[in-house]
Design a protein around this ligand. Structure first.
Ligand SMILES: [Zn+2]
Length: 330
C-alpha cells in the first residue's frame, strides 16, 4: 500500500492520541485504586523496586545472574498474585489494573513487531476512501439495532413467504456469514426493491467484520468504476488510484453497494468481471447489493459476469414494504 506522507502522519497522530487517552484512563483508575486500597500502591512500589534490582544484578559480576534473576522473578510473581487477590477481595475484576486498548493485537501502536497491524491497514482505507462517515453510520446500523418490526407477517403472494420469515432467515444467514468469516469462503448478493433493508444488512456485516479486525472497503459501484477508470486512463494522481484499485481487489471484504445504477459500458463490464473474478480466485469475499432482478442481469452485463456471480454468490432476496417510507410516517 503506497501511502501519502500526510496520510501517514495523520494516522500516526491518531495512534498517539489513542495511546495518550489510554494512559490517562489508566492513571485515573490507578489513582482511584490507590486511594481505596493503599496496600496495592505499596505492592506496585515493591514491583518497581525489583525491576531496579534486576538491572543491578545484570551489572554486578559477583552475583550469579541466573540464580538472582529466578529469585527476583519469583518475587515479582508473588507480588502480582497478591495484587490480584486484593483486587478480587475488594470486588474488582482481576484485570482492573491492566491498560485497555481499542486494538489488542497491536496495543494501539499500529504495528506488530515491524509489520503494520490490520487496524493500521483499515485506517489507511478509511482515510483513502473517506470512509469515516460510514463508521458513524455503523454505530447505529448494526446487528444490535436491526429491527424486524418493519417486516410484515402476512404472506407475500409473489414469494409465497412472509417478509418477516424471509428476513429472519436472511438475518441468520448473515450472522453465520460473519461467524464463519476467515474460515469459510462465501459471497452474498442482496437483491430486491429500494428501501427494503439491503444496505442496512450490508452495514451490519461491515460493522461485525471490522470489529473482528479485518479490513473492509465499502463503496458504491459508481465509485468503484471511477477509481478503476482513473487508474486505467492515467488521470491526475494515477499512482494513488492504482493503489486504491489494488486495495479493492485485495481487501478482506469488499462491499459493492447499488450495483446496476452505474452507466455500463464495455469498459465497466471488463473491469467488473476482472474485479469479481480476481477476488474469487484469491478467495476474498464480496457482498453486492442491487435493485436489479436476476432476470435483468443479462440485459446489463455480459454472460460471463452473470454466470460468475450466480455460480459463486448466495442470492438473498429481500422484500417487504419500503422501510424509508414507513420510518418517515412513524
Ligand atoms: Zn492494531
Amino acid at each position: 500500500m503506497n501511502l501519502q506522507t500526510n496520510h501517514y502522519k495523520k494516522i500516526m497522530r491518531q495512534y498517539e492520541e489513542k495511546q495518550l487517552k489510554n494512559q490517562h484512563k489508566f492513571n485515573q483508575k490507578k489513582e482511584k485504586v490507590y486511594r481505596a486500597i493503599p496496600e496495592i500502591k505499596k505492592i506496585d512500589e515493591a514491583i518497581s523496586q525489583t525491576s531496579i534490582a534486576i538491572a543491578k544484578v545484570l551489572i554486578n559480576e559477583n552475583l550469579d545472574p541466573q540464580v538472582e534473576m529466578a529469585r527476583l522473578k519469583e518475587k515479582n510473581l508473588e507480588l502480582s498474585m497478591k495484587k490480584i487477590e486484593l483486587l478480587h477481595t475488594n470486588g474488582l475484576p482481576k484485570d482492573y489494573l491492566q491498560k485497555t486498548y481499542e486494538c489488542h493485537k497491536c496495543r494501539d501502536t499500529g504495528f506488530i513487531k515491524d509489520q503494520k497491524c490490520s487496524c493500521f491497514k483499515q485506517a489507511i482505507i478509511d482515510l483513502a476512501y473517506e470512509q469515516s462517515n460510514i463508521k458513524n453510520i455503523l454505530e447505529y446500523e448494526n446487528f444490535n439495532t436491526f429491527s424486524f418490526d418493519y417486516y410484515s407477517n402476512e404472506i407475500d403472494k409473489e414469494n409465497n413467504l412472509s417478509p418477516y420469515d424471509n428476513i429472519k432467515s436472511i438475518y441468520n444467514y448473515c450472522t453465520n456469514f460473519v461467524s464463519q468469516f476467515g474460515k469459510e469462503f462465501s459471497n452474498i448478493i442482496f437483491y430486491g426493491n429500494a428501501g427494503v433493508g439491503k444496505t442496512f444488512l450490508s452495514n451490519c456485516i461491515a460493522k461485525s467484520i471490522l470489529d473482528k479486525g479485518f479490513n473492509v472497503i465499502y463503496l458504491s459501484a459508481f465509485q468503484i468504476f471511477e477509481i478503476f477508470e482513473r487508474s486505467k486512463f492515467r488521470k491526475d494522481d494515477a499512482a494513488y488510484y492504482d493503489d486504491m484499485s489494488e486495495n479493492i481487489l485485495s481487501c478482506d471484504l469488499l462491499i459493492v453497494d447499488d450495483l446496476g445504477t452505474e452507466f455500463s459500458t464495455s469498459f465497466t463490464n471488463a473491469q467488473l468481471f476482472n474485479c469479481l473474478n480476481t477476488r474469487l480466485i484469491n478467495e476474498k469475499p464480496t457482498i453486492i447489493s442491487t435493485n436489479l432482478k436476476p432476470s435483468d442481469w443479462s440485459n446489463q452485463y455480459s454472460n460471463r459476469i452473470v454466470s460468475r456471480i450466480f455460480g459463486n454468490y448466495e442470492p438473498l432476496k429481500v422484500f417487504g414494504e419500503d422501510i424509508r417510507i414507513k420510518k418517515a410516517f412513524n
